[in-house]
Design a protein around this ligand. Structure first.
Ligand SMILES: Cc1ncc(COP(=O)(O)O)c(C=O)c1O
Length: 392
């Protein structure tokens, strides 16, 4: 974690309260630079599902980053953030007719997820430039729920059906400018990309030259991107493509963010717990994907004269769900009620996957930009949360 950012977190917790998502703009910019250094002239379409905060999207848009949207709502976010049509791709299975219409209106690209989708897409977005999402049918090194490039996942078009998908889309009146792949998220083995890119390149014989090759996102946080970028450019060149597109989500924002939470109480059953004021409703990844997040105490030094004993315990959320554990076997200075903890690497798929489960209003979000905490989103109120209910 950026030390300058870390040193300001207690102040943020005191000013804005907890639970709180806090992000560091400097870390996002550094990650962006690393992506650009590795991928050279490639076009970046940030997968906004990772963190769709408008304050972050606007800043990225100002730096020339495009967006990958997977819903009508995300399409609108991209527009509000300042992106123009050719800076937006609309992806995902099960798009609505209204999504095609809106994509056409703003001039966004479409990524077709189904070999027959071209027919419906063309009837609402005739003439649009599209890519076909290919499922290379490989086993990939990630949690089952995050794997999208395996043969049984719901995503994309199987390798042998790609020519049919292309001709169907072209016959319907769409311009197929290239192919896209996205084999999954939090991929741990770079060889998964090597294999997938080889499968993709082999399709060039069947579908001929195309302007664009889109390699998707999903990079593990510790990946060395340079060799990966080289392979992706090779695959692009196999199609004679002049443009390589990349869709990073988590890699760009995960390490920029923490979820700040206050310890409410300690308790023990057969295990020891620190019960905190954030949980699965604010960070579902541990429960959903078995994801691990580092935990640091921000208060231990600040509140004490002498160092505390180090303990190992579970960080439990307040939900009435036994799976609501933010971190198992966290080792940290003995947490006391009132301490603020930072759950790390929470900049991606934290807030974006948060929920109102248990009638919990969503936390505030803040961004450290230079020396200033910029509020991105205020804490929701209970009244707002109940607003859409009609039979009162
Ligand atoms: C099509 C597509 N592209 C890119 C991404 C970004 O993945 P990640 O955040 O793992 O980089 C996703 C995430 O699910 C996706 O579905």
């Amino acid at each position: 974690m950026n030390p300058a950012f870390k040193s300001r977190l207690l102040q943020a917790a005191n000013t804005f309260g907890t639970p709180l998502y806090a992000y560091d703009w400097q870390t996002i910019q550094q990650q962006l630079e690393r992506l650009r250094t590795a991928f050279g002239e490639a076009r970046l379409f940030y997968a906004m599902k990772a963190n769709p905060s408008l304050g972050i999207l606007k800043r990225l848009s100002a730096l020339g980053v495009g967006f990958e949207a997977v819903s009508g709502g995300e399409l609108e976010r991209a527009v509000i953030a300042g992106a123009t049509g050719n800076e937006i791709v609309l992806n995902g299975p099960g798009k609505l007719n209204a999504d095609y219409q809106r994509a056409r209106e703003i001039g966004a690209y479409l990524i077709l997820d189904n070999k027959l989708e071209g027919t419906r897409a063309a009837s609402h977005a005739f003439g649009t430039q599209v890519l076909i999402r290919v499922n290379p049918g490989l086993t990939v090194s990630t949690h089952d729920h995050l794997a999208t490039g395996n043969a049984s996942s719901k995503f994309g078009v199987a390798l042998h059906e790609v020519p049919e998908a292309v001709s169907n889309a072209e016959r319907a009146g769409l311009e197929v400018i290239g192919l896209q792949m996205h084999i999954g998220s939090s991929i741990t083995d770079p060889h998964d990309y090597t294999d997938a890119l080889e499968c993709m390149a082999a399709l060039a014989n069947q579908i001929g030259s195309r302007r664009v090759f889109d390699m998707g996102g999903g990079f593990g946080l510790d990946f060395d991107l340079a060799p990966l970028a080289e392979l992706a450019w090779d695959a692009a060149r196999a199609f004679g493509a002049s443009e390589l597109w990349v869709e990073p989500g988590r890699w760009l924002v995960a390490e920029s963010g923490v979820l700040l939470t206050t310890v409410l109480e300690r308790k023990s059953t057969a295990r020891s717990f620190a019960v905190v004021d954030a949980g699965m409703t604010e960070l579902i990844r541990p429960m959903m994907y078995g994801a691990t997040h580092p935990v640091e105490s921000l208060s231990a030094d600040a509140r004490d004269n002498a160092p505390r004993e180090t303990v190992t315990l579970d960080i439990a959320g307040p939900a009435c769900e036994s799976g609501d554990i933010l971190a198992k076997d966290a080792t940290l200075p003995d947490p006391q009620a009132g301490d603020v903890l930072a759950i790390g690497v929470a900049g991606a798929y934290g807030s974006s996957m948060s929920s109102h489960y248990l009638t919990r209003p969503r936390p505030a979000e803040v961004l450290l930009d230079g020396e200033t905490w910029v509020p991105l989103r205020r804490r929701e109120t209970l009244a707002e949360l109940l607003l859409a209910e009609t039979d009162l």
